[in-house]
Design a protein around this ligand. Structure first.
Ligand SMILES: [Zn+2]
Length: 164
């Protein structure tokens, strides 16, 4: 069972952003991984494989699918950083479905890490809520940016014509 609210995971991500003094986009998640002592390795993998957090002899690695577009690499990195921060080394072994909620928690954390609310708010004001431009600036997918801005009450609910 999940133990905390979404707000808790968002807060954990925000703490990390603040710890590394990040105040403008894009959030350099690769650098955050490195600062946390995690080695990032890009590999040629099956297209359905995004990434994984591994712990080998007490050294953490995030393996990324090399063929992914930059925004997907960023989100995947952030997702794996979430596992590192929230779930420790444990997750490297887990592929069973009853632990699905771990991945949902990681997604909440990852969205906040790539798009911290306080920075999105500021940039939205500066750029007239231009979500297409903001997606580029934050190096996230348009879909992720729209969802984030809707969650934060910056954009109205409903459909936006965005690329994935
Ligand atoms: Zn995951």
């Amino acid at each position: 069972m999940p133990m905390y609210t979404n707000e808790y995971y968002r807060k954990k991500a925000e703490e990390l952003v603040k710890r590394f003094n990040i105040s403008e986009p894009p959030v350099d998640v690769r650098k955050i991984a490195e600062e946390l002592g995690i080695e990032v390795v890009e590999m040629t993998l099956k297209s359905w494989f995004f990434g994984v957090l591994l712990n080998v002899d007490d050294q953490f690695y995030i393996t990324l699918n090399k063929a992914m577009p930059e925004h997907r690499k960023n989100f995947t990195l952030a997702h794996e950083i979430a596992h590192h921060q929230l779930h420790g080394g444990e997750l490297a072994y887990m592929k069973n479905s009853k632990r699905d909620y771990y991945h949902r928690e990681a997604d909440i954390f990852a969205a906040e890490l790539c798009m911290p609310s306080f920075i999105v708010k500021e940039e939205s004001g500066k750029w007239y809520k231009d979500w297409r431009y903001l997606a580029k600036k934050f190096v996230v997918s348009e879909k992720a940016m729209v969802r984030k801005m809707q969650d934060d009450g910056i954009l109205r609910q409903g459909n936006f014509d965005c690329a994935y």
